[in-house]
Design a protein around this ligand. Structure first.
Ligand SMILES: [Zn+2]
Ligand SMILES: [Zn+2]
Length: 405
């Protein structure tokens, strides 16, 4: 299945849809002055560096409508402040969301600097940074978080209140203009809080997606599965991904969820995907791969992982009595839920984003113990220099996961 990107007109016309309008108040819910200040400073810095350059230049991968990818020559980040660090990505991977972004089909406005999953080498640190030093290899969580606010101290790092909502790398203006991981340098604003040392013996190419998608998969499985398996060792984990072959998201999150469920001892893990290549990959990983029509005929499962984006109602209808449905979320302002069926079945629904920084050490433990091999999901490996052509082919060809190093 080859995807067809939206050109500039169709991409920008998408911003007239109600779903795009609904995103604005969500993003501006709090700290709107800080968000605007940050964007203003970024524009001012770009202009002043163009007129009177004072800093070195670097490469950053720019994505424009039509899945046009090219290296841009941009100012390197400013020297780090006291608690900050500058890092050099050495292995960066595509997030499942990058494909629809690259096709121009999301509310993330193009052009933007792409990439938000990486392992990096620390280049420079500010004078107050104590946990990492130049030369260290580190995971860089995709969410910006401070480590000191109340949610951060409680491990809810995805809800950090020191930065505006949804502050992230690699998603352009909407997420706060933090730069992309497919670049020579990345600024890390809270180095001690955010950066996690890569354990010895773990390959950066295997670990880079721990910065986002692997943790996203982990939070669907780890909090829920052990108790279910205690009650029934044959309890099924049902993972729903593409309900249509035209589905544009990558398939790494559902495949990682399957691998993590297996690592926790689940014997019965099914992955539903309309794309034959994804089903074949799932089978190779030891998962039970199903077409959507086969899944509809099956008994409901006690743990359902919903990565469909559009089909939460199917996921909830597939959840067994007293079961849990955990959803990776959607960009739509509302979704239909089968409320009566959920009530009668006592179904619990989790919707939301992962608290990535807090989860990274747990995922690294699984990798260090040899129980999880995220690299088995990767379908495309290339050198970072080849990013424009390798990623364009990956996105248009519906690849599962690309890693550049
Ligand atoms: Zn992502
Ligand atoms: Zn915080």
């Amino acid at each position: 299945m080859r995807h067809h990107p939206r050109g500039a007109l169709r991409h920008y016309a998408g911003f007239l849809k109600p779903s795009a309008a609904a995103a604005i108040p969500v993003l501006l819910e709090r700290d709107r002055a800080q968000r605007l200040r940050r964007l203003g400073a970024a524009v001012g810095d770009r202009t002043s560096q163009r007129l009177r350059p004072t800093r070195a230049r670097m490469r950053a991968l720019q994505l424009a409508p039509g899945t046009r990818l090219r290296w841009r020559d941009v100012p390197a980040p400013a020297p780090p402040g006291p608690g900050e660090a500058i890092v050099h990505p050495i292995a960066s991977s595509t997030c499942d969301l990058d494909c629809p972004i690259a096709l121009g089909a999301t509310q993330f406005a193009l052009p933007l600097h792409l990439g938000h999953e990486c392992v990096a080498e620390v280049l420079t640190v500010g004078e107050r940074v104590s946990t990492v030093k130049p030369g260290d290899r580190v995971l860089v969580p995709f969410q910006i978080n401070c480590g000191t606010c109340t949610p951060c101290r409680a491990g809810r790092t995805g809800s950090c209140t020191s930065v505006p909502p949804a502050s992230m790398y690699g998603m352009g203006l909407a997420s706060g203009h933090w730069g992309g991981a497919f670049s020579d340098e990345l600024a890390v604003p809270y180095a001690d809080a955010m950066l996690v040392a890569l354990p010895d013996g773990i390959d950066p190419v295997a670990a880079c997606s721990v910065a986002d998608n692997v943790c996203d998969a982990y939070r669907h499985i780890a909090p829920h599965l052990p108790a279910l398996l205690d009650a029934d060792p044959d309890a099924e984990v049902l993972i729903l991904a593409a309900m249509s072959p035209r589905f544009q998201f990558g398939a790494s999150n559902p495949l990682y969820a399957g691998l993590i469920a297996r690592a926790y001892g689940a014997r019965n893990v099914s992955l539903v995907d309309a794309r034959p290549t994804v089903r074949a990959h799932a089978e190779r990983l030891g998962l039970n791969a199903l077409q959507p029509r086969e899944a509809r005929r099956r008994a409901p499962a006690p743990l359902v992982v919903d990565t469909t984006v559009d089909d939460l109602d199917i996921a909830l209808s597939s959840t067994a009595p007293d079961g849990i449905c955990t959803s990776a979320g959607s960009f739509h302002p509302s979704a239909r839920i089968p409320a009566l069926r959920m009530y009668v079945r006592n179904v619990t629904l989790h919707v939301g984003r992962a608290h990535t920084r807090a989860l990274i050490p747990h995922v690294l433990d699984l990798m260090r113990d040899g129980r999880l091999h995220p690299e088995s999901v990767t379908t495309s490996l290339a050198r970072l220099d080849e990013a424009p052509t390798a990623l364009r082919e990956h996105f248009l060809g519906g690849g599962i996961k690309a890693v550049l190093s």
